[in-house]
Design a protein around this ligand. Structure first.
Ligand code: SAM
Ligand code: SF4
Length: 373
């Protein structure tokens, strides 16, 4: 088992039209952010120690926002603050925006022990990038991939699909995926963020999203990628360990504004989720301010099913039998058995799983299993 450490870097050069993640464009606050982040880490040091004793392995994810906007002296400060744990780190990812990747930065990331880079390509089509309000273009993506491949074996790229009125992602990305063969690819159909004004103006076309997803899955299958989670594909041995821990409801600590932590059996034997404040000024004033959510047994059961059935491997039967809510669990198993008999779900000795051909209707399947739960 592993536990995860997440750092949220809340800065972006500009705000992409569709984005609902917390970030701001006032880069002058970076040093204040770092001071607050170091305070938060210092305060939670004992917790990291305890978790690092409990688990043999750690994954780290520097996400955002745009972590590649961090000044190197600031990145060094973050890494210095956790250096005691580095010998347990088995995967260390940095999220990178193509336009802010340089050879000098990448060399230093590598020397700091970062061993995985996740590049936000989003699209290999300049028209799509312009429609989405991205600050980069195809030439920046190609340059970033060229530099990254010299230093990193484990490269992931993020792509967005289902963009209304544009070509399918498989069409615009095939050539580049064949050329660069990233070890890992995340593919998300564009979704609307309720608070986002731009999203209100666009119409998501479900059939377009379905077609884009199916074509993309076919393309990656032909290129020998394993479709190991609804939105994630990788070559063998390159699944994202940090995210697998999230999907298995493993423990993690998130640092920085809007970051989430999940700790098991700490308050009256209950699991707790903490969400840091999504406002940098307030975070700088008090980096320990967070909303606490106690995860009830019902919610834990719901999360276990929801997260595990999104994975190709599926939901462990042993894990489900182990849950405490007998009545609800029996009802859920009844529904799962019904779906399995009707070939919507499949099973092997230890797991129930959604076959890849039904990934597309996974939301409907999950909602049906979890109805009134
Ligand atoms: C934290 S975000 C952005 C990371 C990085 N700053 C970037 O822009 O590449 C991580 C990923 O979520 C996905 N994402 C963000 N907003 C989305 C939306 N509205 N719909 C679907 N996927 C989205 C994008 O693919 C993005 O790469
Ligand atoms: S660069 Fe990434 S995090 Fe920043 S606004 Fe764009 S999508 Fe959001």
């Amino acid at each position: 088992m592993t536990f995860g450490i997440y750092f949220h870097v809340p800065f972006c050069r500009s705000k992409c039209y569709y984005c609902g993640f917390y970030s701001i464009t006032n880069l002058s606050l970076q040093d204040d952010y770092i001071n607050a982040l170091l305070k938060e880490i210092y305060n939670k040091k004992i917790l990291i120690y305890e978790l690092s004793k409990k688990y043999k392995k750690i994954t780290i994810f520097l996400g955002g926002g745009t972590p590649t906007l961090l000044k190197l002296k600031n990145l060094e400060k973050i890494l210095n603050s956790i250096k005691d744990f580095m010998d347990k780190v088995i995967e260390f990812t940095i999220e990178a925006n193509p336009e802010s990747v340089t050879k000098e930065k990448i060399e230093i990331y590598r020397s700091f022990g970062i061993n995985r880079i996740s590049i936000g390509i989003q699209s290999f089509d300049d028209d799509v990038l312009s429609f989405l309000g991205r600050p980069h273009r195809l030439k920046d993506s190609l340059k970033a991939l060229e530099i990254a491949k010299k230093y990193f074996d484990n490269i992931s790229i993020d792509l967005l699909g289902g963009i209304p009125n544009f070509k399918n992602t498989s069409e615009t990305s095939e050539k580049y995926i064949i050329e660069f063969k990233p070890k890992h690819i995340s593919f998300y159909n564009l979704s609307k963020d309720k608070k986002n004004i731009w999203s209100k103006k666009i119409r998501i076309d479900d059939s377009k999203q379905t077609e884009d997803y199916i074509n993309f899955c076919d393309l990656l299958k032909n290129l020998d990628y394993e479709h190991y989670e609804i939105s994630n594909f990788s070559f063998k041995g390159y699944q994202c360990k940090h995210n697998i821990n999230y999907w298995q409801r493993g423990e993690y600590i998130g640092f920085g504004p809007s970051a989430v932590s999940f700790l098991k059996k700490i308050l009256n034997n209950k699991d707790i989720r903490y969400k840091n404040i999504s406002n940098l000024i307030s975070y700088i004033e008090n980096p320990l301010k967070a909303k606490r959510e106690i995860i009830t047994e019902d919610k834990a059961l719901w999360e276990t099913i929801f997260l595990n059935l999104r994975r190709k491997k599926g939901l462990s039967k042993r894990l489900l039998y182990k849950t405490n809510n007998q009545t609800k669990t029996e009802k859920i198993i009844e529904r799962i058995n019904y779906l399995t008999k009707n070939n919507i779900l499949r099973e092997n000795k230890n797991y129930w799983y959604i076959p890849e051909k039904n990934f597309l209707i996974s939301n409907e399947i999950l909602l049906w299993i979890l109805k009134d739960m």
